[in-house]
Write a protein that binds this ligand. Sequence first.
Ligand code: SF4
Ligand code: FES
Length: 247
Amino acid sequence: MDIQVRVWRQQSPADKGRMVSYDVKDISPDASFLEMLDVLNEKLILDGDDPVAFDHDCREGICGSCGVMIDGVAHGPERATTACQLHMRHFKDGDTIDVEPWRAAPFPVIKDLVVDRSAFDAIIQAGGYITAPTGTAPDAHATPVPKPDADAAFEAATCIGCGACVAACPNGSSMLFTAAKVAHLGLLPQGQPERDSRVVDMLQAQDDAGFGGCTNMGECTTVCPKGIPLTLIGRLNNDYRKAIGKK
Ligand code: SF4
Ligand code: FES
């Protein structure tokens, strides 16, 4: 496949940034989107140009670092996948593909396609923990967890913190991410001691970081690579209402 990519180039946070077009030739339809960017970067390096900066680590859909907007959609047109798991066969020979960083005020651009997602770290630091005695591991069945609760907690725990939900949301809200983290721990017996303070503190950290509020648009779930459901936001709101009511 021969394609043209229009990539957001921004030298630094202070740079205004602009779209730059590149021709990328002879790409296998089985190549991943990031491999296509690798090919582009090899050419740029050989030509003495600055390669495109983009985040990646696992390239297996599990680390959440590779988020980019592709043709205006978080992680690209396949939806519900990560950019590293998106393959070029979803495009046609001769296509022009736009590649941009996440667009959200709490995720400022560092360079090109790389954004600073440490605002998510602040939310986790506010409540993404449990209190447990350290030392030897407890017996496997010391704390029974009902199977439905274990399954629901596991589903919430699959959130990889990629930020696609924020990038897709017209409000720039991180509610799906925060809801997944709150539910992950709040569904388990080990998460009960901090259940009230967790939801209040994580929502406060979310507001402090500048994320917008949720108005039930649902765009987040359409791009979430892990299928985190909107119902978890309802669960978060319910937990928050109860926690505030106890104050
Ligand atoms: S909720 Fe989904 S889209 Fe949002 S950070 Fe987690 S995995 Fe990514
Ligand atoms: S590189 Fe890890 S999820 Fe894409």
